[in-house]
Design a protein around this ligand. Structure first.
Ligand code: HEM
Length: 93
């Protein structure tokens, strides 16, 4: 539920211990500055380059969002997102 952080000033760089994707303190991930730039770039280019669909015509509302416990929170049933040629890019060419 990434939307739970909307409107919050919570920092992901190790200052607020409720959200520490890169760890915190002396062993904090040294790749943080690179990763925080690359993740946006990679995600934006995947979204721009493809149309994404769920398998078997499933609608987003029917996705099983249950999770399993662990050090990190993982989906019980992994997400299977299928890329299709982007109609946007085809019509632009
Ligand atoms: C989204 C991308 C990434 C995430 C979520 C991530 C997350 C993490 C986490 C949680 C740790 C453990 C921190 C701790 O022990 O408190 C870690 C350590 C580390 N990460 Fe990353 N990381 C990412 C990308 C990168 C990149 C791009 C590099 C290198 C270019 C990198 C290099 C390292 C190294 C060397 C450590 C070990 C640091 C140590 O133990 O002192 N990481 N990372």
């Amino acid at each position: 539920m990434p939307e739970r952080f909307m409107g919050s000033n919570m920092d992901y760089k190790g200052q607020d211990l409720q959200l520490i994707p890169f760890g915190s303190g002396r062993r904090i991930c040294p790749g943080l500055p690179l990763a925080s730039r690359m993740v946006h770039l990679m995600l934006a280019s995947l979204l721009r380059s493809f149309d994404w669909k769920l398998h078997d015509e499933m609608s987003p509302q029917d996705m099983d969002m249950s999770h399993k416990l662990g050090i990190t929170l993982r989906k019980e049933i992994p997400l299977l997102a299928i890329p299709h040629r982007s109609s946007r890019l085809i019509s632009n060419s």
